[in-house]
Design a binder for this molecule. Structure first.
Ligand code: NDP
Length: 475
């Protein structure tokens, strides 16, 4: 039997779809799943692509059925399963083989694995894959952390299976070590903020504009033709349009209000804190998912603090709808600005020269945060590869200036009506802070010197370590 071009371990949702995608592109795949039933079930569903697969029932068999040097993709849950698979496979791998972890791994783990495996005959690659099951099957966005040599060898397959934007493959080398998984983590952080902000605007439209879910479905569809055009806006319109077969109600009225999370959003927020880069919109989106999960506590607290009797609303419905669109544009810009700022800082911290323009480019198709707006971000980085903040890019600054008044209106409406808008509020708070020539941090410096003699700098003299003439009680 002809040997396979590539191997794949883990035939769950992502692995099975990725294997079918690879086969569809003319590469023969040796497949292996921890439990044999998984491999058998996959082969039964492989349809016309069946002959493109070699089902294997042990790691040894998998390795023996791939042409050397072998690329092998791991598509298993992040954490211990990846280490377990590496330790089993490394017994069989030879010179030049490439082991690719394509799950949602913590980039710190990928850094560690890359270094630990540097002295083995094979090479480790940490690869972020975005786009869910559909992306895996028909073209994901792929963020690769690898040596240039290893990337060069797997690039043809990755280009073939990736999403395409105007015929450009949505795959690129992000840097060595865990650079690919780091970029994927921030992709997911931005995704969390984007999703939360959409949910917040929906709630404002429901409670202060009195718009039904069906009406909102139409509004989201229309927004998807303008500057907000993106996968998340498109699927929100779709989800809003679906009626639950059992109850006859819109499906969104039936879905329980507790959002799940697997960790990448939280990792983004934690990393932002560790790097000292504000990512308050992302942070608030992670916190909002946690609060959504505290359902019984929310029921109790809601009893103590009943909803407001009177609610404010816009005089003109269309005015409110337009403000909501602007709020989402401003919120989206803030989420991207935060995400790219964390990417830049993380790249610097880890010694990676992250290709910021390429990141925007490969996110334009295949991934969950794909949006028209990424074209403007890519162009901004092309014009200025060392752009310090997206807020400084001329086209983005123009959009932000236009959209922020609408965001303020929506937040006034939300706050006055006790409608939670944590991600939008936090994003605006950060934006308002970063646009100040003088912040109120002088108060904090005064307090710090008062109680701890920490010293401060003066606006009227050079030097540091000045102290205030504090009255008794100061340190
Ligand atoms: P599934 O739960 O659908 O599949 C997990 C697969 O991993 C199964 O084949 C399972 O085998 C195997 N597995 C589980 N534990 C081990 C282990 N200890 N050793 C070997 N194999 C094991 O997960 P997904 O396909 O959704 O996710 C796979 C990876 O892709 C994860 O890292 C996930 O975060 C990431 N990802 C998922 C996305 C999604 O939308 N679902 C999007 C992007 C990335 P068995 O059949 O024996 O249980």
């Amino acid at each position: 039997m002809t040997q396979a071009d590539i191997g794949l371990v883990g035939l769950g949702v992502m692995g099975a779809n990725l294997a079918l995608n690879i086969a569809d592109n003319g590469y023969k795949v040796a497949v292996y799943n921890r439990t044999a039933e998984g491999t058998q079930a996959f082969m039964e569903k492989a349809g016309h692509l069946k002959d493109m697969f070699i089902p294997c029932y042990s790691s040894e068999e998998l390795v023996a059925n791939i042409k050397a040097p072998r690329p092998i993709i791991l598509m298993v849950p992040a954490g211990a399963p990846v280490d377990q698979q590496i330790s089993v496979l490394r017994e069989h791998l030879k010179d030049g083989d490439i082991l690719i972890d394509a799950g949602n791994s913590d980039f710190h783990d990928s850094n560690r694995r890359y270094k630990e495996l540097a002295d083995t005959p094979f090479t480790f690659v940490g690869m972020g894959v975005s786009g869910g099951a559909e992306g895996a099957r028909f073209g994901p966005s792929i963020m690769v952390g690898a040596s240039e040599a290893a990337y060069g060898r797997i690039e043809p397959i990755l280009k073939a299976i990736s999403a395409k934007h105007n015929d450009e493959p949505c795959v690129a080398l992000m840097g060595p070590e865990g650079a690919g998984h780091f970029v994927k983590t921030l992709h997911n952080g931005i995704e969390y903020a984007d999703m939360q902000m959409i949910a917040e605007v929906h709630e404002v439209m429901t409670k202060s504009l009195g718009l039904s879910i069906e009406e909102q479905a139409k509004i989201f569809s229309k927004w998807n033709e303008g500057p907000l055009a993106s996968y998340l806006i498109e699927i929100t319109a779709n989800v809003m349009g679906v009626i639950d077969e059992e109850s006859g109600k819109p499906i969104l009225d039936i879905i329980l209000d507790t959002a799940g999370q697997k960790g990448t959003g939280r990792w983004s927020a934690v990393e932002a804190h560790l790097l000292g880069v504000p990512a308050t919109g992302i942070d608030a989106a992670v916190a909002a998912r946690c609060m959504s999960a505290s359902r019984s506590l929310r029921q109790e607290i809601a009893e103590v603090y009943p909803q407001l009797d009177e609610t404010l609303s816009w005089e003109e419905k269309q005015e409110g709808i337009d403000a909501c669109e602007s709020a989402l544009i401003a919120g989206k810009i803030a989420a991207y600005a935060e995400g790219f700022a964390v990417l830049a800082a993380g790249g610097k911290e880890n010694g990676w020269d992250l290709p910021m323009g390429d990141i925007a480019r490969i996110w334009r198709q295949g991934c969950i945060i794909r949006s028209r707006f990424l074209d403007e971000i890519a162009q901004s980085y092309d014009e200025n590869p060392t752009l310090e903040s997206l807020y400084l890019a001329p086209t983005i600054a123009e959009r932000m200036k236009d959209a922020v008044p609408g965001l303020r209106e929506v937040l006034c409406m939300g706050i006055s009506n006790a409608i939670p808008t944590p991600a939008l509020s936090s994003a605006l708070g950060s934006f308002d802070m970063i646009r100040q020539k003088r912040t109120a941090a002088y108060v904090i410096q005064g307090q710090r010197d008062f109680f701890g003699q920490h010293g401060f700098e003066r606006t009227d003299k050079d030097g540091s370590g000045y102290h205030g003439p504090w009255p008794a009680g100061g340190a």
